[in-house]
Design a protein around this ligand. Structure first.
Ligand code: SF4
Length: 450
């Protein structure tokens, strides 16, 4: 049994535009800086260089990787950083020819970074190599990290492990989860709740779930009023605020689906602008789960407290199956791993708060993923904007449709959630690397850049 994947691991408050290209690299950079400090090598460090491989080398600058690494080496974290400062981090280092490694300031030039898009390290395509040298050029420390999706980081060397309490109800797949529910006569939300309070304690769990849901709501509400053009040469105009103004003229119930789409677009525009968002379970797919939760609250009468608890916990339990048995990384599985997983998680969460049975919840999650299978990752220009922003709006609608379909049945169905998760994994392996966050195929090469 591998480590339990908590909802609090899958939903983390961070910054845009990408969990694998921004959040993960910032964490990796901080880990490297802390390792230098811990080994007493920070003081003699004269030069630090960073190599970005594979997908990070291909689309890193457009995804904010360089900014994130400069900020992470300086000691910033995705949770506590100021998004505006991160956005300016690379430019500041270039302008001042210096950067900070924790509290130490050293020389910086653009050669401090190298981009190797055509080299894929064996463990994962989102790889980063950090090297620190002294004034004679002797290597003090060299470490390789992998940003494996959703802000999670792995390394060739052992990372400091947080000792975790084993939860009372461990499950590896949806069949085991449903068996536990039946045996214990509990809902999926109750199983997830018992597992999470065993690990985090009830008070801390509630505090963090509420903070996550608050951050999701703030992101939607801020995104619905922000206007202007998103960062990058594509000059994509924000549209959530205009949508909200137009939708405000109609009876809200008549246009609930359009509001759902506006919520998702609002989040993904905030993400593309590098603002505060919740990774859910990635940043590229960060709009779907908040949008569906907000929709449930506004149009289905679900209490905010229930969204913060049952909705997020059930979505998290389903998300753990994707992380454990397939992938939530666009670089590994294409967009089916990001948007597909988020769509399935949102469907499960919505079904749960609308009173579905455990079997109907599993069915909703399965339907939502089934119709995202094969979805490729092809962000134009390497920016998490086109097709990502609109794709979240469509996937939010798919999640709601999947729930409607599941609620019309009794939960029995031929294709299980475990089957679609395994199919997603296999499809991801078979998918050409052109369609895995490299911007070398699909829309990324067919949209004329101007
Ligand atoms: S296309 Fe999908 S997987 Fe790729 S960056 Fe956009 S949202 Fe993420």
């Amino acid at each position: 049994m591998r480590d339990y994947i908590s909802a609090l691991d899958l939903f983390t408050i961070g910054i845009g535009p990408s969990s694998s290209h921004t959040v993960g690299p910032m964490r990796a950079a901080l880990l490297f800086a802390k390792a230098l400090e811990a080994e007493g090598k920070l003081e003699p460090t004269h030069r630090v260089s960073v190599s970005l491989f594979g997908s990070l080398g291909a689309t890193g600058p457009g995804h904010g990787t360089t900014n994130a690494i400069v900020a992470g080496l300086a000691g910033q974290t995705p949770e506590d950083c100021q998004p505006d400062k991160v956005l300016a981090a690379w430019g500041k280092a270039v302008a001042s020819s210096s950067w900070q490694i924790l509290n130490r300031t050293i020389f910086f030039d653009e050669g401090s970074f190298s981009f190797q898009p055509l080299i894929r390290l064996t463990k994962h395509s989102n790889a980063m190599k950090f090297k620190a040298e002294d004034s004679t050029g002797e290597v003090l420390l060299e470490q390789t990290y992998y940003s494996v999706g959703g802000g999670f980081v792995e390394a060739d060397h052992p990372l400091a492990k947080v000792e975790r309490i084993r939860p009372p109800f461990e499950f590896s797949n949806a069949v085991e989860l449903l068996e536990i529910c039946e045996r214990e006569e509990m809902s999926i939300a109750e199983v997830a709740w018992q597992n999470e309070i065993a690990i985090h304690g009830e008070k801390e769990l509630l505090r963090r779930l509420n903070a996550i849901w608050d951050a999701m709501q703030n992101c939607i509400e801020q995104g619905l009023v922000e206007k202007g053009v998103l960062p990058g040469y594509l000059a994509v105009t924000r549209r959530a605020a205009d949508m909200a103004e137009r939708l405000g003229k109609f009876d809200t119930a008549e246009v609930s689906n359009e509001w759902l789409q506006a919520y998702a677009i609002a989040v993904n525009e905030q993400n593309a602008a590098g603002m505060r968002v919740v990774t859910a379970p990635t940043n590229g797919a960060a709009g779907i789960i908040p949008a569906v939760g907000y929709y449930a609250m506004k149009f289905k009468g679900v209490a905010s407290e229930k969204i913060a608890r049952d909705y997020l916990l059930v979505a998290g339990a389903i998300g753990s199956l994707y992380k454990r048995n397939a992938s939530i990384s666009g670089a590994e599985a294409g967009c089916q791993g990001e948007v597909g997983s988020a769509c399935s998680m949102a469907a499960a969460g919505l079904a749960a708060v609308l009173g579905a049975t455990n079997q109907q919840i599993e069915n909703a999650a399965e339907i939502a993923m089934e119709h995202n299978l094969g979805l490729t990752c092809d962000p134009v220009g390497g920016f998490v904007q086109m097709p990502c922003i609109e794709r979240n709006a469509i996937a939010a609608g798919t999640a709601v449709s999947a729930v409607r379909l599941a609620l019309l049945g009794d939960g029995s169905h031929k294709i299980s959630l475990d089957t679609v998760i395994e199919t997603m994994r296999q499809t991801g392996i078979d998918m050409s690397s052109k369609y895995k966050e490299t911007s070398l195929g699909g829309l990324a090469v067919n949209v004329v850049e101007c």
